[in-house]
Design a protein around this ligand. Structure first.
Ligand SMILES: O=C(O)CCC(=O)C(=O)O
Ligand SMILES: [Fe+2]
Length: 341
């Protein structure tokens, strides 16, 4: 288990797909009345789409009101990072969780890209299984003035998703393992740090850096949704306003089988888990896989849940999708662990 971060010049190889006339890629805008097949095709081609008024003005107002107390209570990641980031959307807002996970557009899109069908044999019996995607993670984030720009990254690198470069017409369902999904709780603009996104970047080899100059800004009105294949390069923009906070809800889905066979987390008591040496706890799956898979409250469960101070191995200088924040989150979880002991 190790992770190194080096800053190096990228030397293009044959792994880079040369996308002639890349300006062909864009963010198409839909309404709920549009045909979902058109949305799916646009997502396949460009990697991201915007759906206007995914939630009505009343719905988003209600959701905002329901999470406000938790956001007020949350603290900033650190003084120079005015971001409040809460996980546990199903706890903070069961209603929006239910609303999204039963939404016909959301489920149609997730099911088409992330369902898995597998055929095998039991002696002479042909077994065909088909499973639908499950939620990967949730987040509520409110980003205040002064927040710096976030490094462009692919959310699916946590799944170590290896992809060859392809042309848009060669895209096959199954290539992506996860879909990122954001709903704006407030208007998001270039000025207040709306997500920067590189259309078409899901078609490149997984081990190529982002072509930063091709990033566009995915601006949203409150209630609008942004669907993005998790293999697309993207990241938060800089909030250069004086007084605007950008509020966003995220509910990502993933392929259903990317998890442990036996669900230890649901039945093992915390004392029992802690009774094992740390290396055994890690083998049982209670740590994160680097950089960021299996967290609870943005830290390794070994610390954030099991309160074992110092067990989060992600104190990696220089690592972070948001520069410096993971280190700080790890520190925070140390402090929490300290307080509870
Ligand atoms: O803030 C945003 O718009 C994007 C956030 C993001 O990509 C992330 O936290 O992984
Ligand atoms: Fe991201």
């Amino acid at each position: 288990m190790s992770m190194t971060i080096t800053k190096e010049e990228y030397v293009p190889t044959l792994q880079t797909l040369s996308l002639i006339g890349e300006s062909q890629f864009k963010v198409e805008v839909f309404t709920r009345d549009d045909n979902v097949e058109d949305m799916i095709n646009a997502l396949k081609y460009n990697g991201g789409i915007r759906v206007k008024s995914f939630l009505t003005a009343d719905e988003i107002k209600e959701v905002n009101a329901s999470v406000r107390p938790a956001l007020e209570k949350a603290s900033y990641a650190r003084p120079d990072d005015p971001t409040k980031r809460l996980a546990r959307l199903p706890e903070h807002s069961p209603e929006i969780t239910r609303r999204i996970l039963q939404d016909e557009i959301y489920t149609a899109i997730m099911d088409r890209f992330l369902s898995v069908k597998f055929e095998s044999w039991l002696e002479d019996k042909h077994v065909v299984v088909e499973e639908k995607p499950i939620v990967a993670m949730s987040s509520i984030f409110e980003v205040g003035p002064g927040m710096h720009v976030q490094d462009l990254h692919r959310d699916d690198s946590i799944w170590y998703n290896e992809m060859p470069p392809i042309k848009p017409e060669d895209y096959k369902f199954g290539r992506d393992v996860s879909i990122s999904f954001f709903i704006a709780g407030s208007k998001t603009t270039e000025a207040n740090g709306a997500t920067r996104f590189i259309p078409g970047s899901h078609l490149t080899h997984h081990n190529t850096p982002p072509e930063t100059h091709k990033a566009v800004t995915a601006e949203l009105e409150a209630g609008d949704a942004f669907f993005m294949l998790s293999s697309c390069y993207h990241g938060a923009g800089q909030n250069s306003t004086k007084d605007e906070k950008r509020l966003v809800y995220a509910l990502f889905s993933q392929k259903p089988h990317l998890r442990q066979e036996e669900n230890y987390a649901l039945f093992m008591g915390h004392d029992l888990i802690r009774s094992f040496p740390l290396d055994v706890q890690r083998r049982l799956g209670f740590d994160v896989a680097l950089p960021n898979l299996g967290w609870v409250d943005h830290a390794s469960p070994l610390e954030s849940v099991l309160k074992q101070k110092g067990a989060d191995k992600r104190q990696i200088a220089g690592y972070n999708p948001v520069d410096g924040v993971a280190d700080e989150r790890a520190l925070t979880s140390h402090e929490l662990a300290g307080e509870s002991q």
